[in-house]
Design a protein around this ligand. Structure first.
Ligand SMILES: NC(=O)C1=CN([C@@H]2O[C@H](COP(=O)(O)OP(=O)(O)OC[C@H]3O[C@@H](n4cnc5c(N)ncnc54)[C@H](O)[C@@H]3O)[C@@H](O)[C@H]2O)[C@@H](O)CC1
Ligand SMILES: Nc1ncnc2c1ncn2[C@@H]1O[C@H](COP(=O)(O)OP(=O)(O)O)[C@@H](O)[C@H]1O
Ligand SMILES: [Mg+2]
Length: 282
């Protein structure tokens, strides 16, 4: 592919914003993570934690009631707003001062949740990351794609991509379809996999970090949190996606000597975020 740009340390440093000595949490930005359902509260927990540990100044998680104690205990630094319903999301309310939203992880696709997404999208103008059930709900209601703000980031894995754009013949056909989809709706498409590729405006970026340790539950939920955290820090959406996938993959490379391929879990991505970001200051 002739327009392919490798995401290496140099590409990332061209887009990375070191944290200013005199910043404060207001400047670092307030992110909102929306997701979770009964049995899948771990997804917004992992995502919100990763978001905060990627430099966002404040993080609020919007979850169903059943996740309240889990979130507050699992990560006390994150603020929590709960839906009126116990097991799934039925409305999505955003507070003032939110700068970026990550939506869909562990959320399920209940009919009431789909309606909540519809009403949210009709009013929302904030930068947005859509993952997991956020993507699946758009696949069920393709006419809602029109409501996505310009440069919304979507982060499908292979199966989610298939639901969103339909089947492709081969790799070249897939890339052609994704480029056309990205242009039609002005989306930054993060094609998660080995390797992860990012498609935006006819540019294709390919990540150089990461390994098979990332094939573990919740690793995509963590990526959504990282990218949303960068968006809240006012990164351009394509830059947030590029820096986010590089740092996410790097955590697995840094952890490899200690954890190997088997014992690495999504929480280890979060545990290694500090080391990964620190390499950008060397
Ligand atoms: N602890 C938690 O709360 C977790 C919640 N999760 C949530 O569970 C929901 C379902 O997500 P899933 O992705 O598991 O379900 P999906 O049904 O969307 O995707 C999984 C299916 O896709 C297939 N597949 C094919 N190629 C794939 C690829 N490259 N990567 C991943 N899968 C591929 C798998 O074999 C499987 O059949 C989402 O809302 C997600 O956020 C998961 O992230 C797991 C952890
Ligand atoms: N073999 C692999 N090599 C590199 N990265 C991988 C591999 N398998 C999975 N990943 C990464 O792990 C993440 C998995 O995301 P996803 O399937 O959404 O997980 P989940 O929904 O469980 O959170 C993606 O960022 C993907 O690129
Ligand atoms: Mg996922």
């Amino acid at each position: 592919m002739d327009n392919l740009i490798k995401i290496d340390k140099k590409t990332v440093l061209e887009r990375f914003h070191p944290i200013d000595k005199y910043t404060h949490k207001g400047i670092q930005g307030h992110a909102l993570i929306v997701g979770g359902s009964y049995g899948k509260i771990g997804a917004p927990l992992l995502s919100a934690k990763a978001c905060l540990k990627s430099g966002a100044g404040l993080v609020t998680a919007y979850i169903p009631q059943c996740g309240y104690d889990i979130l507050q205990t699992g990560i006390p630094e994150v603020m929590v707003e709960t839906d009126d319903y116990p097991t799934h999301i039925t409305a999505i309310t955003t507070e003032a001062n939110i700068r970026a939203v990550g939506l869909g992880i562990g959320m399920g696709q209940h009919q009431e949740t789909q309606q909540a997404v519809f009403h949210f999208l009709k009013l929302n103008t904030l930068p947005l990351v859509l993952d997991a059930d956020g993507i699946n709900i758009m696949s069920e209601n393709k006419e809602w794609l029109e409501f996505l703000p310009a440069q919304t980031i979507v982060t499908p894995h292979r199966k989610e991509l298939e639901r969103l754009i339909g089947l492709w013949d081969d790799e070249a056909d897939k890339m052609k379809k994704v480029i056309s989809f990205s242009e039609t709706y002005d989306l930054v498409v993060v094609l998660k996999g080995a390797p992860t590729r990012i498609v935006y405006k006819n540019n294709v970026f390919e990540n150089t970090t990461g390994n098979q340790s990332l094939a573990t539950a919740g690793s995509g939920d963590v990526l959504t949190g990282i990218i949303t955290g960068l968006l809240a820090q006012s990164y351009d959406p394509d830059a947030a996606a590029i820096v986010g996938v590089y740092i996410h993959g790097l955590t697995a490379d840094l952890a490899l000597p200690e954890l190997g391929y088997h014992a690495f879990v999504a929480s280890d991505i979060i545990a290694n975020l500090g080391k990964a970001f620190s390499t950008l200051y060397e």
